[in-house]
Design a protein around this ligand. Structure first.
Ligand code: FAD
Length: 445
């Protein structure tokens, strides 16, 4: 008798997980609701459909996305292998023939007699069978409601209004300064001050910048979410009394009489990751086009050369509060045989979803085999992503894609490495792949 396992959602994460588990000899129930029910974004009947762009990002090992792919390929990813087979010319990035890709994934799934494809909507978590839940950012509401019942309704988010994140190293601290409002607690915020002239220029860019279109299934959420451009359209001073209020923020390098306001407006940045490499712009959730966001952010004093690792976006996105719900093995804290994978965990992007699907399957297999489960540390890109989504210190977890800011620094001459980004990334990449090779050996043991 083959041991039975269940994978819910035949998207990117679920397809990768189901194939891995089938290769390991399990009887896999792969439950997918399409085409009986729709997500609103998928348009085909195929597994592993790419809902938007056909790019899986860079292949360069000196890029965060390239490293993540290489790690997953080393660990045995099938979907990245198929993606390479279905690639279309796009320089050093991996863009694919989307239909060729999902047809090929389907062929492989169909070829496994031990994958039982069930065309149903999964509505209720059942811990009698070891399960990976990978129902993605557009998970059916019945399951979403059950996740809320099981793990607490505050541990489930429906909508993503994300503020941009920048790398701390790219901030000009001749202009920016550390402080917390009214000097309460430690000076944890980075503050970018503006005079009246600078604020008015910023305001003009903000209120004339182009916005990204919203999908129909997202439009209903828009008003409740209040992106910064909507707030700004309510009056020139709205932001100065909201997220950009200058009161109580003092740059100690400037002598101030009677602690009057030193500045006309201030943009604050809050620590975003455990390593304190990344900072998000407080209250700057936005739906502007990415080029416009860059123009806007780089008009802020101190952020002229900001390296933006994540842009603001707004779209329907269900994700769980992983710091409360998940272990670093992607196993739930509540049920050790229930795992989550893909975008539902709070990672963002095709490659991130595939990679976490693979990782959850590796650990589900090890769980069933009574082997120690694998926890990756943040020397690897996959480990850094999982470390990020399970980190307890987030005020509120926001989805994250692979980027260099979340990975542990390498040892060495700090000045030299800051100057030579290629060298720094080469070292980080080598270190990560060495670690992943060790993990691969462990899995094969
Ligand atoms: C509109 C939109 C555009 C995006 N564009 C991009 C992009 O261009 N590039 C990028 O890198 N990322 C993009 N993403 C983010 C993300 O990478 C993709 O959504 C990715 O497909 C997530 O992979 P996944 O496996 O977690 O979920 P999915 O690929 O969405 O797979 C989840 C599957 O679960 C099924 N399902 C849902 N609920 C149930 C249920 N209760 N029972 C059974 N089956 C169920 C769904 O039908 C689906 O097939 C986008 C997301 C959205 C929503």
């Amino acid at each position: 008798m083959m041991q039975k396992v269940r994978v819910v959602g035949a998207g990117l994460a679920g397809s990768e997980a189901a194939i891995y588990l089938a290769q390991k000899g399990y009887q896999v129930d792969l439950i997918e609701m399409r085409p009986k029910y729709t997500t609103g974004a998928h348009t085909t009947v195929y597994p592993a459909e790419l809902v938007c762009s056909n790019s899986l990002g860079s292949l360069d090992l000196l890029s965060a996305s390239g490293l993540l792919k290489e790690e997953a390929i080393t660990l045995g990813s099938t979907l990245f292998k198929i993606a390479k087979k279905c690639s279309v010319p796009s320089g050093n990035s991996l863009s694919i023939d989307r239909f060729g890709f999902c047809e090929e994934v389907k062929k492989i799934i169909d070829s496994y007699e031990n994958i039982n494809q069930i065309n149903e909507k999964y509505e209720k978590i059942d811990s009698n069978i070891p399960t990976i839940i990978a129902t993605g950012p557009l998970s059916a509401s019945e399951l979403a409601n059950n996740v809320k019942e099981e793990f607490g309704k505050e541990n489930f988010h429906f909508f993503d209004a994300i503020a941009p994140i920048v790398e701390k190293d790219s901030i000009d601290f001749n202009k920016a300064f550390w402080a917390s409002r009214w000097d309460k607690g430690s000076a944890d915020f980075i503050n970018c001050p503006m005079n009246k002239d600078e604020y008015e220029k910023f305001y003009k860019i903000l209120t004339t910048a182009q916005r990204a279109p919203l999908h129909d299934f997202e439009a209903g959420y828009f008003e409740g979410c209040m992106p910064i451009e909507v707030m700004a359209s309510r009056g020139i001073d709205t932001l100065r009394f909201g997220p950009m209020k200058p009161v109580g923020l003092f740059d100690k390098r400037i002598p101030t009489e009677f602690k009057k306001n030193q500045f006309y407006a201030v943009v604050q940045l809050r620590q975003d990751d455990k390593l304190a490499n990344l900072y998000n712009l407080v209250g700057f959730q936005t739906n502007l086009k990415w080029g416009e966001q860059k123009r806007l952010i780089q008009s802020i004093p101190g952020l002229e050369n900001a390296s933006i690792v994540r842009y603001g976006v707004m779209h329907a996105n269900t994700f769980i509060n992983s710091p409360e719900i998940l272990k670093k093995t992607l196993q739930t804290k509540k049920y050790e045989n229930i795992f989550f994978a893909g975008q539902l965990t709070g990672v963002e992007g095709y490659c991130e979803s595939i990679s976490t699907g693979l990782f959850a399957a590796i650990n589900l297999d090890r769980y069933i085999q009574n082997k120690s489960l694998i926890e990756l540390d943040n020397q690897t890109m996959l480990g850094a992503l999982i470390d990020y989504i399970t980190y307890q210190g987030h005020k509120k977890l926001q989805p994250i894609n692979s980027n260099w800011g979340i990975i542990k620094e390498v040892e060495g001459d700090k000045k030299k490495l800051k100057k030579d980004k290629n060298l720094k990334n080469q070292l980080r990449s080598n270190r990560a792949l060495e670690e992943i090779v060790k993990i691969k050996r462990l899995i094969e043991d």
